[in-house]
Design a protein around this ligand. Structure first.
Ligand code: GDP
Ligand code: MG
Length: 435
């Protein structure tokens, strides 16, 4: 898909202005590319219509070339189609929260039960995995193996009645203070009545807070039909799209949400139990389009950075006159561009996980508070900050003296780095527009 679209965009870039006939031609290619990637026919049709309408009606933005503009519109619409935002798992106030996993055989249910257990365990939950796939002894064993790998207990009663097993597991969770129960259920090769009946019985008996359907992204169009069938019977609350690591087919991601109206909550990107990611529609759209979100980055940067200020800053950097006040300014500009994780994620080749992004954001807030608690004289000349001043700054910013020390050390390193960069042909580095 990506290669195809890239070829189309390249051709578009080669031209000057965007005419209605251009849009038509481009959209015909986009349509073919989507269909080839197994995107549902109706979804494709709606998508193309929405994009064309916006492209034709939109004014030509000065900052963007016509080609960039179409890319942006295609991406925006793709993002909208996938639901715009990440939808989290809902936790219940009454413990335990019950997640019921369902899906066809081989879709990745058992693997993703363990991935979720690991994911939520790292967030402080106490998960319990439950073996409700009772038809093959190997299925129970598999859950035990992955459960052990992630250090989460597995409840099983051999090949008993799955409804009863689920019920008992919840009782055990209440006794042991496990606050998250994850039910691994049976699958079939195809959607069939017997399976649906069993899943419905489990649902009615235990009342899960979330029913997550696991679908294999590599099955393309089939994934959409499966999602539709499960949703009609079970009223699922979300989807986990697995095996998004191999083939780059974005088709399933695009249509599943549109067809079922249910959000994709996670994606599986490999066999390893840590290869699970929260689903972000905009990132997925970027991935499908096969480019880092460079365009948005440029756009946001233009909004956030006052050009004159940037130029003054670049001058200062060249002269090694960069102060803590400038650092503060710069941090504000970065924050103005949006959540840190999102900003970093727009740089091609950079991957940030949520934890790192959140940590970075916290660290930035701390840094900001510390610099705010300094006097202007201290900001311009940090060398005057003695232990007594450090204590005052720490108290003023609600941090510890160690934090103040760390920030000062980091700042010193930054200054050193700039000196080095400036002495080796650093000019271009901090020149206009380099950011
Ligand atoms: P289940 O029958 O639905 O329980 O599926 P399993 O969890 O047993 O997974 C079936 C196969 O798919 C296993 O070999 C898994 O290792 C593999 N698998 C599951 N998720 C992913 C994924 O995200 N990426 C890749 N490459 N393989 C996966
Ligand atoms: Mg299984």
């Amino acid at each position: 898909l990506s290669d195809k679209l890239n070829a189309v965009f390249k051709r578009l870039k080669a031209r000057g202005k965007l005419k209605e006939s251009d849009i038509k031609e481009v959209m015909r290619e986009v349509r073919l590319a989507l269909l080839e990637a197994d995107v549902n026919y109706k979804v494709t049709k709606d998508f193309v219509a929405a994009v064309s309408e916006r492209a034709v009606g939109s004014e030509v933005l000065e900052s963007l070339t016509p080609a960039q503009q179409v890319i942006k519109i295609v991406k925006d619409e793709m993002t909208a189609l996938m639901g715009s935002e990440n939808v989290r798992v809902r936790f219940s106030n009454r413990l335990p929260t019950i997640l019921m996993m369902c899906g066809l055989q081989g879709s990745g249910k058992t693997t993703h039960c363990a991935k979720l257990a690991k994911y939520f365990k790292s967030q402080g939950k106490r998960p319990l995995l439950v073996a409700c796939d009772v038809y093959r002894p190997a299925a129970i064993k598999q859950l035990q193996v992955v459960g052990e790998q992630v250090g989460v207990p597995v409840f099983e009663m051999g090949q008993g009645d799955p409804v009863e097993i689920a019920r008992r597991a919840i009782m055990r969770a209440k006794d042991h203070g496990d606050d998250l129960v994850i039910l691994d259920t049976a699958g079939r090769l195809h959607v069939d009545e017997q399976l649906m009946e069993e899943l419905t019985r489990i649902k009615e008996t235990v009342g899960p807070h979330e029913i997550l359907l696991v679908v294999d992204a590599m099955t393309g169009q089939d994934a959409v039909n499966v999602a539709k069938a499960f949703d009609e019977r079970l009223d699922i609350s979300g989807v986990i799209l697995t095996k998004l690591d191999g083939d780059t087919r974005g088709g399933a991601a695009l249509s599943v949400r549109a067809v079922t109206g249910k959000p994709i909550k996670f994606v599986g990107v490999g066999e390893r139990l840590d290869q699970l990611e929260a689903f972000y529609p905009d990132r997925m759209a970027s991935r499908i389009l096969g480019m880092g979100d460079v365009l948005t980055l440029v756009e946001k940067a233009q909004d956030a950075v006052d050009e004159k200020k940037a130029e003054a800053l670049a001058q200062k950097m060249r002269k090694n006159a960069f102060t803590l006040t400038d650092l503060l300014d710069q941090m504000k500009q970065i924050q103005g561009m949006g959540p840190l994780g999102q900003v970093l994620g727009m740089i091609p080749g950079v991957k940030v996980n949520d934890e790192d992004a959140q940590r970075g954001e916290k660290e930035m807030k701390k840094m900001e508070a510390i610099i705010f608690s300094m006097t202007p004289a201290e900001r311009d000349k940090p060398s005057i900050i003695d232990p007594k001043r450090k204590r005052r700054i720490a108290a003023g910013s609600g941090t510890r003296v160690e934090d103040v020390n760390r920030i000062l050390r980091q700042f010193e390193q930054m200054q050193k780095m700039m000196k080095t960069l400036n002495s080796k042909k650093g000019r271009g580095m901090f020149g206009r527009g380099a950011l």
